[in-house]
Design a protein around this ligand. Structure first.
Ligand SMILES: [Zn+2]
Length: 473
């Protein structure tokens, strides 16, 4: 089959169908009758299922949250998992986010890159195969979710009712292919034990605030101190500290209180060492002062276990995997008040081979001794498909037949939709040089790249679901 030629024949219709999907505002909304995550996402799901019906596929809706478009029969199920919900458009668009426009060969609309464009590309790959009257040897399902951007209720509901595909891919990330994703955890380390001072301390830490999200390195930190004597000395030492550390900071005196501010450098939580954690910096300064006992216990704990703990060593949870890399630890939230004590909000990502639960338990025992407990643990295990699987080989090969790029399949520290399928990999649809406009204003996708992705998916599905190449291996 000439994949390029085949896709080209469908170009106009593909764009038209995509524009219809992009015109639906499918931001998560209030629960309505039959629409658990709002009317918009449900409308987008129904729109896709209607295309499936129009083109004579078998379709199914599951709880108004997800559905599939199916071709072929047989025991082996091949799943392609896309989503039609989008994040809120935000401000600053040059055109209406839900009225797709074409400029310089690019379609501009919310969701065109994440994930309506790639989902439609995968749909057209199925449609073209069907209309070429090919026989699907695998039961091939385009599974459509409507809650990927929030709580993944869609895949939860879907897999409660429907069989897990034996294998598949999610067109919701990058080419060539992502076969491993680190385990993702968040937890809080909270101070419990209040230690009273025997006499009034000269310096009291009233408040410390740094960070807003687990998965970001805090770029700002502020602390408020009450100082009875020698305020000037503390200020001088703060200024010296800033110079020595070469970081930006500020101070302000307010009614006997000293407010300190640090500006670090924000970064993504999967690469904490790329940033400058403003919370760490302010804690390092506080560690040079003689504070009240409670704050001292908080700051000492930070010094032992938190500050510059980027790879889990201080938790005794460091681990390295050849393919998936190191444990990464981001302390995205650091808070302290004199009433409630301190809390560290941690985002820890880890490669296969680490027993996270056991590691955390052992760390908690140590933390307990210093008056800290571990709370609010969220844990998703690493996702990994063997790189030598025929699935990975055929998909990568399908990509390389259309793109002059030898980049090897890779693993990432984040999570993609693929992890909801037992043997699922992420496969496109962003190319190496595609600007990532997902979740941003003026989200866009080149029409050429939309067509190219469709060609790649067409070859992949042709080889796997029609020619059954994986079975022959
Ligand atoms: Zn997505």
């Amino acid at each position: 089959m000439d994949y390029k030629e085949a896709v080209n024949t469908y170009k106009e219709q593909l764009i038209e169908d995509l524009n219809g999907l992009l015109s639906i505002n499918s931001v998560k909304g209030e629960k309505e009758n039959g629409a658990p995550v709002g009317a918009g996402p449900k409308e987008a799901l129904d729109y896709m299922l209607k295309l499936g019906e129009r083109d004579s596929f078998v379709t199914k809706s599951v709880e108004g949250l997800a559905g599939h478009i199916e071709a072929g029969s047989g025991e082996t199920i091949f799943g392609v998992l896309g989503h039609v919900d989008v994040v809120p458009p935000g401000d600053g668009w040059d055109s209406d986010p839900f009225t797709p426009v074409v400029r310089d060969g690019e379609i501009i609309a919310r969701g065109v890159q994440d994930d309506k464009g790639p989902t439609m590309a995968a749909y057209y790959a199925m449609k073209i195969l069907k209309e070429q009257e090919e026989t699907f040897k695998l039961r091939t399902r385009l599974i459509i979710g409507t809650d990927e951007e929030s709580d993944w209720q869609c895949t939860d509901a879907y897999f409660k009712h429907e069989a897990m595909p034996d294998l598949g891919f999610a067109p919701d990330a990058d080419f060539p292919l992502i076969y491993g994703e680190k385990g993702m955890t968040t937890f809080n380390i909270a101070q419990r034990q209040t230690v009273l001072d025997e006499e009034e301390p000269n310096i009291e830490l009233k408040v410390l605030i740094s960070g807003e999200r687990y998965n970001m390195v805090p770029g700002e930190a502020v602390a408020k101190l009450r100082i009875i004597q020698n305020m000037t000395e503390v200020i001088q030492s703060f200024e010296g500290f800033l110079r020595e550390k070469e970081v930006q900071g500020s101070y302000e005196i307010d009614n006997g209180f000293l407010k300190l501010g640090i500006t670090g450098k924000s970064a993504h939580g999967s690469k904490p060492e790329d940033g400058i954690n403003a919370g760490f910096v302010i804690l390092q300064f506080l560690n040079t002062l003689s504070l009240d006992r409670n704050a001292t216990s908080f700051v000492k704990f930070a010094d032992t276990y938190i500050i510059n703990n980027f790879d889990g060593t201080s938790f005794d949870m460091a681990h390295f995997d050849e393919e998936m890399g190191h444990v990464s630890v981001n302390t995205g939230l650091i808070n302290y008040t004199e009433v409630d004590g301190g809390t560290f909000g941690v985002n820890l990502r880890y490669p296969k081979g680490l027993d996270f639960e056991k590691g955390l338990e052992a760390f908690e025992e140590k933390a307990n001794r210093d008056g800290f407990v571990i709370e609010d643990v969220h844990h998703e295990a690493p996702h990994y498909v063997n790189k030598d699987e025929p699935l990975v080989k055929v998909l990568t090969d399908s990509y390389r037949n259309h793109v002059d790029d030898d980049t090897e399949p890779f693993t990432i520290g984040g999570g993609t939709y693929a992890r909801t399928m037992k043997k699922g990999v992420a496969f496109g649809a962003m190319f190496k040089d595609t600007p990532d406009t997902m979740h941003q204003k003026n989200e866009r996708m080149k029409i050429d790249e939309l067509l190219l992705a469709t060609e790649i998916y067409l070859e992949a599905l042709h080889r796997i679901c029609i020619k059954d190449e994986l079975n022959e291996n």
